[in-house]
Design a protein around this ligand. Structure first.
Ligand code: ATP
Ligand code: MG
Length: 355
């Protein structure tokens, strides 16, 4: 080989070497980049794993909370049913002594009248009594006493009648539901619920009493779970009262008087469909379209904390639709009022009594 040829070969080799060096340099850069990307990916992966662990912990915590809520709910349910039975028992126990009082009031009134008649006879036969008797008559103000005594008796009777009515309503309202449906008088259920809610319906310094307009039709006894149906009435009527009270805020007593607070309760038998329709209508606050779209949601409420839990209507829906195969509808105009319509299928077979 010539020197020239060597020289050429060397140059070639140098060139190849430079190319290789460049390649090496590039792959070095690529390697560093790859390492960096890997590190980033590793950090990302660690973050993802951390996030996953965190949400797993949160989920575990949430499921623990849910379990606790479930236990609390079960305890509450149990407490409610114990309380319901207790109220029914206490109401029953109260009715006995009230029965004694009511039973004895008649004879007491009779005895008092006889004694007063006896005094009249004495006074006729002895118009001029002994001084001690005259002094006593003046001391006790006999004329006023005899007038007032009868009023006292009548107010004792009224009060006792009312206690009797309240305790009977409480007993009926809180009656434990049987396993099977029983024939129930819906009007009694509505009336008992109204008696229990009486303290919320009566007037106060800000407003006159809420007027209840009953338009009861002739309907048959309904085979149902009476305790649950009473719960439905209680929730719908309590909501109507709340809506009226909300509507009254900022209105003067005169304004309320001229457009009084009303709750209409209508019952009808729709024979062609074999069902009973109950309408509960108020002229309270009504509901906005947004509220209307959410009212049956569990825990949805527009009321302040402590006043509403947002459970009422979801329970009503469950009872009417799931437990009794009925329907629940409503109409409402914001600022004008709301109406809830319950439709319950009647199984008339075996229940022919109407009221
Ligand atoms: N008659 C009504 N008039 C106006 N708004 C009503 C009426 N009934 C229900 N609502 C609206 O529907 C919401 C949900 O009612 P729901 O009975 O389920 O719960 P709540 O009354 O708020 O609380 P609670 O659990 O004590 O019943 C109420 O907060 C209210 O905004
Ligand atoms: Mg409610």
């Amino acid at each position: 080989m010539q020197i020239d040829d060597y020289e050429k070969e060397l140059n070639k080799l140098r060139k190849v070497n430079r190319i290789l060096e460049k390649k090496l340099e590039r792959s070095e850069i690529d390697r560093t980049r790859l390492e960096e990307t890997n590190k980033k990916k590793e950090v990302l992966l660690k973050n993802v794993i951390n996030d996953l662990e965190e949400s797993q912990n949160k989920l575990a915590q949430r499921s623990q909370e849910l379990e606790q809520t479930l236990i609390n709910l079960q305890m509450m349910q149990n407490k409610m049913s114990v309380l319901g039975n207790l109220v029914a028992d206490v109401a029953h126990e109260i009715n006995n002594p009230i029965g004694f009082i009511l039973g004895n009031l008649g004879p007491a009134e009779e005895y008092i009248n006889s004694l007063l008649q006896l005094i009249d006879i004495y006074q006729n036969l002895y118009p001029t009594p002994f001084p001690e008797i005259r002094t006593k008559i003046e001391d006790i103000d006999l004329n006023y006493l005899r007038e007032d005594l009868l009023k006292v008796l009548s107010s004792i009777k009224d009060g006792t009648d009312r206690i009797f009515q309240i305790s009977s309503s409480l007993r009926n309202f809180s009656r434990a539901d049987t396993e099977q449906k029983t024939a129930f008088n819906l009007h009694t259920g509505l009336d008992n619920t109204l008696i229990i809610l009486k303290y919320r319906l009566k007037g106060n310094k800000n407003r006159p009493p809420i007027q209840i307009i009953k338009d009861y039709g002739t309907i048959p006894l309904l085979k149902c779970f009476p305790g649950q149906i009473n719960q439905v009435f209680m929730n719908l009527l309590a909501n109507a009262i709340d809506a009226l009270e909300e509507f009254n805020i900022g209105r003067s007593a005169d304004e309320i008087q001229s457009n009084p607070n009303l709750i209409n309760i209508q019952t009808r038998l729709i024979e062609c469909d074999n069902c009973i329709v109950i309408r509960i209508k108020d002229n309270g606050m009504g509901m906005s379209a947004e509220t209307q779209s959410q009212i049956f949601e569990h825990l949805f409420t527009t009321k302040p904390i402590g006043q509403g839990t947002g459970l009422g209507l979801s329970i009503v829906q469950k009872i009417i639709i799931d437990k009794h195969g009925g329907m629940l509808d409503f109409n409402s105009v914001y600022g004008e009022g709301s109406e809830f319509i319950i439709t319950l299928p009647v199984n008339i077979a075996g229940v022919d009594k109407t009221y």
